[in-house]
Write a protein that binds this ligand. Structure first.
Ligand SMILES: Cc1ncc(COP(=O)(O)O)c(C=O)c1O
Length: 459
């Protein structure tokens, strides 16, 4: 311990200037973090089939993420700051969108995107209570909940088995005079039929939100998802393509929507100064809004019923480091998914295998398998078997959301039957393809599925 302190003392000998000391200490602490990563965090590549877990998803990081987090500790700037700005810049550059508003989760991003549609700033296109928003019943809970939380009515349609994306015929048939918006996820990174959905939105003047929380890096007609709708949302939870721990983003090209999103995120305030900044509009004490007195401090004028869903610089700094790895993450997800597909192709008699939406190149989030009705086994038996063999599995989102205890009594409209949704709820599961999974692990996963099927095939 004494010798550690000696290093610091030695390096700082004679240094009195805080800036110089800061530079020296950042370098030393960075080196110490690198060592810590090497000794404590670096993954050991000794996969033991049946003993080591095959996770579904997780953080993939190295010393760079930890060093970036270290930088924020030394900055001790505890809210959004320089790394938030840097991430927003790099993320918008990656997508080719104008604006990115960071928030503390993908769920918050969805809440902000739907709430933004209720803003008075949208004038005659503002959503009012009772207006309908189209989505799928086989959705993630916090894709659908913000519709209800905003006094709007979800209209729930079915999906197609195989792509697990919206059935566009049903979507088209579900439009009513009350329909004002569409929010859909690109299911496990498989882009939904953006060509038809976008055309439908344009035809009926509907807002389109792409829930891209699971789909960062997926392409549709060569263009990244999240750039087709009026807004798109992303999640940076550890299971996702890149992580910040907790984190999310809403992206848009529309400055009015951007203003509404940021206002809802930041307590509902009218002022859009960055955290720690004042008077960027130059009129801080010159506004008169609502019934407030002339010149009331703009920082304390609230034009929406907002929240506080902001992100910290600690999270953003990790995201900045993760962006450098995004390209390789996407490639690995694609190659892992293809590898698993190749290994399981000959079991098509038992499983509906996943397929990419036409014109798309997904940055796969997971590998979905649906057990065919004639198969001699049930999903529960296979899932139990895999979990017992340390292979993690998940269901597809909430199954049929209308069957969930918290959603059973929500006001909603279900115009058509949900037979594929119900079939998926009972017969579908998925396994991981994230970059922390090697081909050896995938071979083990495929081998276990094959063993399970073979055993029952003989019976
Ligand atoms: C489609 C979809 N939307 C939204 C979310 C919510 O993201 P978060 O977990 O960051 O709140 C998820 C979470 O995985 C998701 O899969």
């Amino acid at each position: 311990m004494k010798s550690d302190l000696d290093i610091f003392d030695l390096e700082l000998k004679g240094v009195v200037d805080a800036k110089e000391a800061d530079g020296i200490l950042r370098k030393l602490i960075g080196k110490a973090i690198e060592k810590h990563y090497q000794y404590v965090h670096k993954p050991r590549l000794d996969f033991v089939p049946g003993k080591s877990p095959v996770p579904l998803a997780g953080r993939v990081y190295d010393a760079e993420e930890m060093k970036m987090l270290g930088e924020t500790v030394l900055d001790f700037w505890l809210t959004g700051g320089r790394f938030e700005k840097q991430f927003e810049k790099e993320f918008t550059r990656f997508l080719g969108e104008r604006f990115c508003v960071l928030t503390n989760s993908g769920s918050s991003a969805n809440l902000l995107a739907v709430s933004a549609l209720t803003s008075h700033l949208l004038k005659d296109r503002q959503l009012k209570p009772g207006d309908e928003v189209l989505t799928v019943a086989a959705g993630f809970p916090t894709t659908i909940a913000p519709i209800v939380q905003n006094g709007l009515v979800p209209v729930l349609v079915d999906i197609d088995t195989g792509t697990y994306n919206v059935n566009v015929d049903q979507l088209e048939g579900a439009v009513s005079t009350k329909t004002k918006a569409i929010i859909l996820a690109h299911t496990l990174a498989n882009p939904f039929n953006l060509q038809r959905v976008q055309a439908l939105a344009e035809k009926h003047h509907l807002w389109l939100i792409e829930d891209s929380c699971d789909a960062l890096g997926s392409l549709y007609q060569g263009r990244p998802v999240g750039t087709f709708g009026h807004m798109a949302t992303f999640s940076f939870y550890p299971a996702h393509h890149i992580t910040m721990g907790e984190g999310g983003a809403v992206v848009t090209n529309d400055p009015i929507l951007k203003k509404a999103i940021a206002s809802f995120r930041d307590w509902g305030r009218d002022c859009d100064c960055d955290t720690g900044k004042d008077n960027t509009c130059g009129k801080r004490f010159s506004w008169q809004l609502g019934d407030l007195p002339q010149g009331y401090d703009h920082k304390y004028i609230y034009s929406h019923l907002g929240y506080n869903l902001k992100l910290t610089d600690m999270q953003a700094a990790i995201g900045v480091a993760q962006m450098k790895k995004l390209g390789s993450f996407i490639q690995t997800r694609r190659s892992n998914w293809q590898h698993l597909l190749d290994k399981l192709k000959d079991l098509e008699e038992y499983f509906i295998l996943p397929r990419a939406e036409e014109f798309s190149e997904p940055s796969w989030f997971g590998f979905l398998l649906t057990i065919r009705p004639a198969s001699p086994f049930k999903r529960i038996d296979l899932v139990r078997f895999l979990e017992e063999h340390k292979i993690a599995t998940r269901m597809l989102f909430a199954g049929n959301i209308t069957k969930q205890p918290g959603f059973k009594n929500i006001p909603c409209r279900v115009p058509f039957d949900l037979s594929n949704t119900n079939f998926t709820m009972s017969n579908t599961f998925w396994v991981g393809v994230y970059p922390g999974i090697s081909h050896v692990m995938l071979d083990y996963t495929a081998g276990q599925i094959r063993d399970f099927v073979n055993r029952l095939r003989k019976v």
